[in-house]
Design a protein around this ligand. Sequence first.
Ligand code: GRF
Length: 199
Amino acid sequence: MTIKRIAILISGRGSNMAALIDGVRSGAIANAEVAVVISDQPTAAGLERAMQFGIETVTIERQGRSREEHDREIVAALKLRNIDLVCLAGYMRVLSADFIDAYRGRILNIHPSLLPSFPGLNAQQQALDQRATISGCTVHFVDETLDGGPIIAQREVPVSEGDTAESLAARILIAEHQLYPEAVNLALSQLAEASTCQQ
Ligand code: GRF
């Protein structure tokens, strides 16, 4: 069984990143290692956390370049490290078509709603605005649509009376930290099966 190499892309806090690293270390994500954490923001708090875990960190800023140019540099960094799976964890940029093509079926994202409800930004506020009584989180494959790729796993989270976007986000985040490692483990086992079938 080969060890699959995961890259995590972040822009900020990195709590889902930490949950994935913990998942790999505890064995909840089997036969995998987190090979690199890449941020587009040099000040992302998650970078410091990744370093504390002893994981290689790389910052690749947009620096006024086109999305395509920026993504080319990121894809080159992924290829250089023989990455098998890319996990977006609070990565605040839309990926270019070339990036998605380079890793089609091997890019995952976590979103704080039960997709297809409430895609895009401020998903928790959208849920409150629509008076949803149940929200949650979704891990899905990334394709060219906005938060619209095939769903891997979802978890429901109740909306409480008097919730603010912040209180709902905090409750959903707890579920995210459980769901993302489970979904990554599932996706990796499917990838492993697919590669066995091709042999
Ligand atoms: C999470 O709510 C995630 O669902 C969304 O961005 C947030 C990132 O939080 N895509 P963190 O950086 O993982 O703490």
